[in-house]
Design a protein around this ligand. Sequence first.
Ligand code: PHE
Length: 346
Amino acid sequence: MALKDSIQSLMSQVSEMQAANADELEALRIKYLSKKGEITALFNEFRSVPNEQKRELGQLLNQLRQETEGRINELREQFETKAAEADKLDLTRTPDPIALGTRHPLSLVREEIEDIFSRIGFTIAQGPEVEDDKHVYGMLNFAPEHPARDMQDTFFIEKEPGVQKPTDVLLRSHTSSVQTRVMTSQKPPIRVLCPGRVYRNEAISARAHCFFHQVEGLYVDKHVSYADLREALLYFSKEMFGPETKIRLRPSYFPFTEPSAEMDISCNICGGKGCSFCKGTGWVEILGCGMVDPNVLESCGIDSKVYSGYAFGMGVERITNLKYRVKDLRLFSENDVRFLRQFESC
Ligand code: PHE
């Protein structure tokens, strides 16, 4: 029964027939149903089959032909509907709205600070976050056993994992390290703004974090005076917090500046009248500053008899809190979209 076997094997081939496009489908039609096709060949063979088998094999052959035609039509319809759908595509339609992210409030404020100082000639300088003791403390006039190293809660980096030997590799605890890098690599006049992340080993709470952001400014030239520092800071405060803003400088101490000061601005929430934010004083502290200590200039190879300079440093989180009244520092690093979306239009 060779013919019956051939019919059955074609039957199973046909039921699994697939075509990827109209050309492939036409090739299948030719393969099976054309004058020289495999099914036509079986019909030719059928003529010489003994009479008693004609009825059974005839039925099978007809069934094979019908199924083949049916399957080919089915595949053809699939192509036609796909083509019709493709015609319906409107390529001029704008794509679905893509949800845009928002600027981070700290980036917004950092850029605003950079913009304000760039208008009076400051350019941006950057330095590494993993630093050495020399650039973060040594060259900045911190004595070897100076408690400020502890005061600033420095993160020291273990040279061998798990072994806490004394090490001079650390995460910078202030961006003043960029001052020393700039002063050793450039000649005055120097007028740079150093934004960056700093690290301090503090327990994380609403009011403290183990990392935060600073912007430090440094100006070194001939005849730079304390009055220049005050003018630059007054200009900045008015630009940042509004033209009514007043400033006051209070004596303070930093190893790398002499004299040193802390600067307050008139409380921008109550306008200086006294409120809970400024604890009734009408003033809020926003930065540290001073005249660069001659020892620092000398340790960076700058002649302190010819040049003088001022420096200031502020926390970006602090300025952002004042501008946007963010009460919990942790919000800045948790990336909660409900918080970040509030800055969408800024
Ligand atoms: N580096 C100081 C701090 O981290 C800030 C500062 C910078 C003070 C420059 C004076 C001059 O607190």
